[in-house]
Design a protein around this ligand. Structure first.
Ligand code: NDP
Ligand code: PYC
Length: 338
């Protein structure tokens, strides 16, 4: 068997221990471990426990400040800003969430800007954390300039995910979360680790030629999804979660990395909308209309985004997870040889 079976508690304990070993303060280690365990639990390998290697590298190379103390301000009545002071983004998000929720309830809409932080993770844990309060959520973050605009072959954009969440009373929320690149970079990294080719439409080599070699795409440029449409959405993410909130574009993040191969440095924008603010007494009827739409999707055999993830979650909560043996060995080696 080239995989190792673990319960989620065992995985959480291992992740917390390794993150503390590389120097993360306990509150950061716990917040970061939680997002990695959630990724592994939900069958998101590219943003699961593999990210321990990525986070350890970001700390070792001085990209992430391991004991940063997030600083919370309120630049306007419906805005929360959390300066991550160079640390990982999970703790600043956790610290800003209660104020975001309170403001969204008070004003009907509110936004949280996490700035000056290091982001290596999926966005769905954050939109799910907002929908858990009965709010609708949108989240965006730029990354490093790895992705060519449609019509070009040179990197400009990050992989720039967009996530959306809609609360569903008594059910898991409707959530989608996708990179605006053809695929997340983490997926290409996993192909490279496994020695597997990638589809030709994922990216170009450094000379701008299509290639199926994962390492060549990582050295060259990834493609956006959906041609010019994904390209425009990638630009939107750059603007909303970069300059708008006083933070870096993906090109600036890559330049700030200076070849250290750390995770992206910069901002994340989370927007929360309160259905009760828009709908008042009409809420139940309109939420029923939303449910009818979901039924029309599933009723014809199509699936909702996140359905795969929720199914994986149910299995992992029951049976635990299986970690590739090489990845498990690489994680155990973190901090063990200086
Ligand atoms: P995927 O293409 O794997 O999935 C995108 C979304 O589409 C998911 O919500 C998925 O749900 C849904 N989906 C997939 N197939 C179907 C289907 N047949 N029918 C309906 N819905 C479907 O995501 P990406 O590779 O683009 O991104 C993976 C992760 O990488 C994201 O979580 C993203 O946040 C993260 N990321 C983070 C970055 C960062 O800078 N922090 C940068 C780029 C990506 P399901 O999960 O259930 O399959
Ligand atoms: O997979 O593209 C990615 C990614 C970038 C930052 C975190 N994940």
């Amino acid at each position: 068997m080239n995989s190792v079976s673990m319960t989620l508690d065992e995985l959480r304990t291992l992740a917390r221990a390794k993150l503390r070993l590389v120097g993360l303060a306990p509150d950061h280690a716990d917040a970061v471990a939680e997002t990695m365990v959630a990724g592994e639990r939900d069958g998101c390998a590219s943003h699961g426990i593999y990210r321990l290697l990525v986070a350890a590298n970001s700390v070792a190379k001085g990209v992430a400040v391991p004991d940063a103390v997030p600083d919370i301000t309120e630049p306007a009545p419906a805005l929360v800003k959390v300066d991550g002071r160079g640390g990982f983004a999970q703790l600043p998000f956790e610290r800003g969430l209660p104020l975001l929720v309170e403001k969204a309830r008070r004003h009907g809409i509110a936004a949280l800007a996490v700035t000056n932080s290091v982001h290596f993770a999926a966005l769905w844990p954050e939109v799910e954390a907002v929908t858990a309060h009965g709010l609708v959520a949108l989240a965006f973050t730029p990354s490093h300039a790895w992705v060519a605009p449609a019509g070009g072959t040179k990197p400009v954009f990050g992989t720039n995910p967009i996530a959306f969440g809609w609360p569903r009373p008594g059910r898991d929320p409707f959530v989608f979360d996708f990179a605006t690149s053809a695929v997340a970079r983490g997926e290409i990294e996993l192909h490279r680790r496994a020695g597997k080719p990638v589809p030709e439409d994922w990216g170009y080599d450094a000379a701008g030629n299509p290639t199926t070699d994962a390492a060549s795409v990582l050295d060259g440029a990834m493609r956006t999804f959906g041609g010019h449409k994904g390209s425009a959405l990638a630009a939107m993410v750059e603007l909303l979660a970069g300059p708008l909130i006083g933070d870096m574009t993906s090109a600036e993040s890559l330049a700030a990395d200076g070849g250290r191969m750390g995770s992206p440095i910069g901002g994340e924008l989370v927007i929360a909308l309160d259905p009760a603010g828009f709908l008042g007494a009409g809420l139940a009827g309109r939420f029923a209309a939303a449910e009818a739409m979901f039924d029309s999707i599933e009723g014809q055999g199509a699936r909702l985004p996140s359905a795969r993830r929720y199914a994986a979650r149910a299995t992992s909560l029951r049976d635990g997870v299986r970690i590739p043996a090489q990845l498990h060995a690489d994680i155990l080696a973190i901090g063990s040889n200086g």
